[in-house]
Design a protein. Structure first.
Length: 103
């Protein structure tokens, strides 16, 4: 019978998939931080996630009202973020995401 391994043991073993996941997580953290720095403080506080994949900037916000406000700023934010990160961003996708429930 094979016993399950503790998650800490599995994470200690370096796998290509885990390394790729860790790299993508770091990239998304950088994008999120840069994006929030470009936005007004009240709007930045409502941005839950951000990432760039194949030239598309995807942004997750807390509700539809903030998503609408962000859409008005999206062209300017897209060009400023592309310049700050030295990459091409062809399009922006804004979605409402569910946040984790408060304890």
């Amino acid at each position: 019978m094979q016993y399950p391994k503790p998650i800490s043991e599995l994470l200690a073993i370096r796998h290509k998939r885990l390394e790729d996941l860790e790299r993508r997580l770091k990239e998304r953290s950088v994008v999120l931080a840069q994006l929030k720095a470009l936005l007004p403080a009240e709007l930045a506080a409502e941005v839950a996630s951000a990432g760039i994949d194949r030239g598309r900037l995807s942004i997750g916000v807390s509700n539809a009202a903030w998503a609408s406000r962000l859409r008005y700023l999206s062209d300017g934010v897209r060009s400023q973020l592309a310049a700050a990160l030295c990459i091409d961003i062809d399009s922006v996708r804004i979605r409402v995401v569910r946040s984790a429930p408060s304890p």
